[in-house]
Ligand binder design. Structure first.
Ligand SMILES: [Zn+2]
Ligand SMILES: [Zn+2]
Length: 360
């Protein structure tokens, strides 16, 4: 079968990789109908060698598809089920899985990340035709019947990572009705955080970014205000919007030293800041603890336990109350995967996120 592999910094290629087979009785095999390229995959593309990726390592942690084979111990999933694969593999049964923190599963790991693979067999990547899913009953979520069709893949694929990550950020920010909310970052997670914040009835949702095309999608998805950070001063606009008091809640879809310093400066006393950006691996944000102390602020966030949130998100997706599909600006055949990486890595005008179709 075909799959995308890392072949050194700057090089992702589509190659023939071994067909997966059931290795443990809890495994299933999924035929991938749609896979996503993630911002974190760009970190692998650009810096994979520093992160310990071997050449030839399979990539991709966002995929939806259909189960085509189940292991002997799998009883709650069947051949033919349409499934969503949260990026983190989890057993469903350990202390942390039972607490709903599946990303800390004692036996878990991540698709398409060599350092986080749970240690049985070759690393499996979602950007391929088929994937072996370990601990499948703990890991996968069955898509509700009414939307379990490949035709809905553009709504379903963001549920593997970017929408639940945005939702996690919004939940950690603890929005109350009437709050002024600021979202920093106009990538897929930032845009969807603006979309998810609507669910909690804030007074305003201010999206900060510097791509006009992306800010336009943010307004479509629910941002009440957008600020081009290269054109104007966000501080002045936020002052006007909040009567000079500062934002009630700030969501950092980009977690860098600069965004954290901005957030601690702009949050009002008693407010909360959440952070979900992968930039922490490139240099941890320095939190101005003295200002944070004097303002009594809460800082919360981290890697999103997607599996925990899916049951409460499916009804919202089914009813149309959420629709994350506008962040998928491109859909290319898997064979054109290298081009998909180039589109995202160059921040090509009009691009946010690229979907890949193995059958396309
Ligand atoms: Zn992702
Ligand atoms: Zn577990």
């Amino acid at each position: 079968m075909k799959g995308i592999v890392f072949e050194g910094n700057g090089k992702m290629t589509v190659e023939t990789v071994p067909d997966p087979s059931i290795q443990q009785p809890g495994d299933v095999i999924v035929r991938v109908s749609k896979a996503g390229i993630c911002g974190s995959d760009l970190h692998i593309l650009n810096h994979g060698e520093a992160f310990g990726f071997d050449h030839g390592c399979r990539i991709g942690h966002e995929f939806v598809g259909e189960i085509v084979e189940v292991g002997a111990d799998v009883t709650s999933l069947r051949v033919g089920d349409k499934v969503c694969a949260p990026f983190w593999i989890s057993c469903g049964d350990c202390h942390f899985c039972r607490k709903g923190l599946q990303t800390s599963c004692l036996h878990g790991g991540c698709f398409g990340f060599q350092a986080f693979w749970p240690g049985e067999g070759a690393v499996q990547g979602g950007q391929s035709q088929f994937v072996r899913v370990p601990m499948a009953e703990g890991t996968l979520d069955r898509v509700p019947e009414a939307i379990a069709d490949d035709a809905n893949d553009h709504r379903l694929l963001p549920m593997t990572d970017v929408f639940p990550t945005a939702y996690h950020a919004v939940r950690c920010a603890d929005i109350s009705p009437g709050d002024n909310v600021v979202v920093v970052g106009d990538g897929a997670v930032g845009l969807l955080a603006a979309h998810a914040a609507r669910l909690f009835d804030p007074k305003s949702i201010v999206l900060l970014g510097h791509h006009h095309d992306r800010l336009a999608i943010g307004r479509e998805l629910g941002a009440t205000h957008t600020i081009d950070t290269r054109a104007g001063s966000p501080e002045d606009t936020l002052k006007d919007l909040t009567d000079g008091l500062g934002a009630d809640r700030i969501v950092l879809a980009i977690s860098s030293p600069e965004t954290m310093a901005f957030a601690v400066e702009q949050i009002q006393p008693g407010g909360s800041i959440s952070w979900v950006g992968m930039e922490v691996f490139l240099g941890a944000p320095e939190i101005p603890w003295d200002a944070a102390f004097m303002k009594n602020i809460t800082i919360s966030g981290g890697v999103a336990p997607v599996k925990r949130y899916l049951p409460e998100l499916w009804p919202l997706l089914e009813s149309g109350r959420i629709d994350p599909s506008p962040v998928l600006t491109h859909d290319l055949p898997l064979d054109d995967g290298a081009e998909g990486y180039a589109v995202m890595n160059s921040r090509q005008e009009g691009s946010v996120k690229v979907a890949l179709t193995p059958g396309g």
